[in-house]
Design a binder for this molecule. Sequence first.
Ligand code: SF4
Length: 252
Amino acid sequence: MTPDQLRKYLEFYRDLGMSPLYRRTNGAIAPRRAVDAAPPAEPATAIAPDSPLPILPPFAPEGETLESIIEDIGDCKRCRLHEGRTQIVFGSGNPQAELVFVGEGPGADEDEQGLPFVGRAGQFLTQMIEGTAAREGIPIKRKDVYICNVVKCRPPANRTPLPDEMEICGQFLFRQLAGIRPKAICALGSTAVKALLGTKEGVMRLRGHWHKWRDIPVMVTYHPSYLLRPYNQNAKREAWEDLKKVLHYVYD
Ligand code: SF4
């Protein structure tokens, strides 16, 4: 890890309110010297470049609830996306859901209503979930699953979230998922794929197969807004197939 990477790493944890951090010595976790998460000068020289990584606290304390995460988010200004938002869009649905859908970020309708996937793409997602479930004889509605995004504030002009925004806000997503502990996750589109699977591999290549976030199976499929484009009929059919697979895996 370069000194610059180390500085960013420590600042990132500081922004989440986690300090001090400790480093491992000779294989043991030794509180040798607290490393300030936001050292004022030359932070990287506090640890020799060839030292092992600092030992960092887990993000999701055992038993964390969605309410406690919401409380922790508060009036979050941890990344620049707070500047243009009307409100934070945390997520909606059953907090004990067996299936969680993860999208990219709020759009204009979501920003206005404070709920994820309520615009055109959201209505299409609802139709997909409820229509597929009904056809497959699975008695679930949208309210039975949980739906959220990688970033909780609307990016300006609906642009794709930047890597640092995804990294900072993605920690709230991870805590949501760890709190809910669903049986499966459905990643909608490339931003969700990058955040959950850490890969730049395209949705087209990854979709239709199971992957993992920690120990939870992840199905990759297209983002509903992509499916709304008129020339994407094939993708629409593939997305129905992906969803069928997820629903049967979770609810059979
Ligand atoms: S996008 Fe996430 S990290 Fe950034 S300000 Fe909003 S809630 Fe905070």
